[in-house]
Unconditional design. Structure first.
Length: 369
């Protein structure tokens, strides 16, 4: 049987490449659309090492209507997982117009192209930033929108657009997944997070300190009303998130309408608890110093994760120790990221024959998730 093709926008990025692994394991064939500005095509080669299947790669921009029409015409796409977008909170404050252009206008261009192609099953990569920084935890999907930065507001706006679309046209099935803090790496050590430049997130920074690539970790505030004074977040394994996309995709295929679902563990971990777990995983001490609080940082937040289980049978299965162990395995085996050679082996999963790559004209200069 021919594997159903799933268009994965931003599929060469951190979450996207892991989602490709999960899709292939579930019997789908990913077709990746990515500008490769903030990602790396070699991540898809690592996907092939893990699964035996290299996803189709199309170099293109999600805002380019002509490119999108060509993709839908060239491949018999059954559904879309939409991950492409700009994603740095600080950058969104400094350059909000680019965020509204890529994240909001890009999604509008995508759903219009989907409608022209008759493809109306969509999983959207949203974010817990739609809740803002003052909601009491655990945060349920019923909490009001209260985003405090342009990045979060673009996610909330896209969700509103998609909700209006689903209400207007009953043929659409849409799932909006609100991630909390995805970390970790594939358990093989072949695939993980490799930021371009200094990491903006905690886990890759800790990993680089453990590897001796950075001097120390700066902890932003140790006087919060938390278990040890440091900020508490809901960290969730990237492969749990990836598998959440598969479950949500199946739900959207069965159930028209729109669903909002948190992807988190339902538990919080402090910065110092993450550091301790990473020290156990790596056997190395993580040098750190305490710095001042950052404006706008919430003391603590974590998900009410029951909704995803009730809606489509998903829950996070991997704990913090596994998140840290998998992150360290990736970092230790690939100190230079995808510049390090990957072993040429595959897992023995079924191979599909249409592993082609093509390039479609795109607008340069924008990153994908």
């Amino acid at each position: 049987m021919r594997a159903p093709r799933i268009l994965v926008t931003g599929g060469a990025g951190f979450i996207g490449s892991h989602t490709c692994v999960a899709l292939i394991a579930a019997g789908y064939l990913p077709v990746v659309l990515d500008t490769l500005v903030n990602s790396d095509a070699r991540s898809l080669q690592r996907v092939a090492c893990i699964t035996g299947v290299e996803p189709v790669l199309v170099c293109g921009d999600v805002r380019d209507a002509v490119a999108l029409d060509r993709v839908f015409a060239a491949y018999n796409v059954a559904a879309v997982v939409h991950l492409a977008g700009l994603k740095a909170v600080g950058e969104s404050v400094a350059d909000p117009v680019s965020y509204y252009d890529v994240n909001l206008a890009g999604t509008l261009a995508l759903v219009q192209a989907m409608d022209r192609a008759g493809v109306r099953r969509l999983v959207f990569s949203s974010s817990a930033t739609v809740y803002g920084d003052s909601q009491p935890s655990p945060i349920a999907e019923s909490a009001p929108y209260a985003a405090v930065n342009p990045y979060g507001r673009t996610k909330a706006m896209v969700e509103s657009v998609l909700a209006d679309l689903a209400r207007a046209d009953a043929r659409w099935g849409i799932a909006c997944l609100r991630y909390f803090n995805p970390i970790g790496a594939h358990e093989s050590g072949l695939l993980g997070e490799r930021p371009h430049g200094p990491p903006n997130n905690l886990m890759p920074y800790i990993a680089q300190v453990a590897a001796g690539q950075r001097e120390c970790l700066v902890v932003h505030g140790a006087d919060y009303d938390t278990v040890d004074g440091t900020g508490v977040r809901d960290y969730v394994h990237v492969m749990d998130v990836a598998e959440g996309h598969v479950s949500a995709l199946r739900h959207a295929a069965r159930r028209p309408g729109i669903l909002m679902a948190n992807l988190g563990t339902g538990r919080g971990a402090s910065v110092l608890e993450v550091v301790s777990a990473f020290e156990r995983a790596s056997g190395r001490r993580i040098a750190l110093r305490i710095g001042p609080r950052r404006p706008g940082d919430a003391p603590a937040y974590w998900a009410d994760a029951r909704g995803a289980w009730q809606a489509f049978g998903w829950r996070a299965r991997r704990d913090l120790d596994q998140m840290c162990a998998d992150s360290w395995r990736w970092q230790a085996a690939n100190p230079h990221g995808f510049d390090d050679p990957a072993p040429a082996h595959a897992s023995g999963l079924p191979r599909f024959q249409d592993n082609t790559s093509t390039s479609i004209n795109s607008k340069p200069g924008h990153s994908h998730a």
